[in-house]
Design a protein around this ligand. Sequence first.
Ligand code: PA5
Length: 422
Amino acid sequence: MIKVDLSGAEKFFGAQGPDWAACARAHETLAAKNGAGNDFLGWLELPQRIEEQELTRIVAAGKKIRALGRALVVIGIGGSYLGARAAYDLLGRKGDGVELFFAGNGLSATSLRDTLAALGDRDFCVNVVSKSGTTLEPALGFRIFRELLEKKYGAEGARERIFATTDARRGALKSAADAAGWECFVVPDDVGGRFSVLSAVGLLPLAAAGLDVEEMIRTAKESFAALDERSEANPAWRYAAARQALYRQGKLIEILACYEPRFRMVAEWWKQLYGESEGKEGLGIYPASVEYNADLHSMGQYIQEGPRDLMETVVTFAQEKSSYPIPFDEKNGDGLNYVAGHDLNEVAAIARAAVKEAHIQGGVPNLVVEAPSMDERGFTELVCFFEMACALSGYMEGVNPFNQPGVEAYKKLMFAGLAAWK
Ligand code: PA5
């Protein structure tokens, strides 16, 4: 179970403190499904639904992808990409899992060429993920990789190597998939992209990478049940109410920090979740992220002494994944023999405590979110926790946490620019 430590934030809450009554109302609104965006609450039921409808097929498709080659190119952007990328970067592939490559999340020819070079001559499959089926970046990425597949394996070979994750009934990708006979998986109507990692969107690539997606679904069921608790002991309540209390005190920016470099893309996933859910109507905490210890030597200065509109949330893992003893050095040129024999993790723990203390002294409230372990269970618990807290926090802020009207603005202008070529 996720734990949330608010001890480093309490003195910054102000006289009112966390508004637990508002948090209870937000939870009631979510449970009663009578708030803004109530047609996008399917993420809460995803674990049950996927188990009944698709999980067996996802596991079988993962096995087929592993049998067909050594790589899967996952084509998608935003919510159709970040969840799988986050889990893959954090956990890596397991057993005979294939390597995942990600494409269609930008329009950089350099990045595309880099991906192609890294893919090399491996046998590969493609999983194109787009709920709408009309997003330009993945549509162009898919066009390119589909051509490569057809050149390498012929039309029939390409057909069995393409897996489409999209709307159950509508859209250009669904029509193309039906016409070509690609195996299809569903992005449910009532699940927004940023809440979709525990659907086929995230699970199919992760199954291909050898991760235990059945364990993820078991964990998600338990987690959402536990996160339904209506009390201040609920970690999602603690996080949501604390960050809203700090926001009221002028802490407009939240920095998500982790001491594990593998966590970087989880932070990117979190940024989309909170940025798209809360940043609207002139409101919202700006979600930023840092990677410690590296960023202590760059952003550390700003965090310690810049404008005091920051709060910091540090994600830790209760169980260390690895360990490494510090060697004794006869010459002791660096004078550090006094730490020899200790594990690197022990030094890291002391560094973490020092950073926390320094930042609190510098006026930055500190929240700690502790996940049990850096594995499928820990990742899934973090996902459920952050999703639940995001919904509560968005309702507490008074916005619809499930829409993203602002992302359309650039698309309209971009398509107007492209229309000149028609
Ligand atoms: O969260 C969202 O809704 C977005 O990030 C979308 O997932 C992203 O724009 C991709 O959209 P689509 O899956 O329709 O291609």
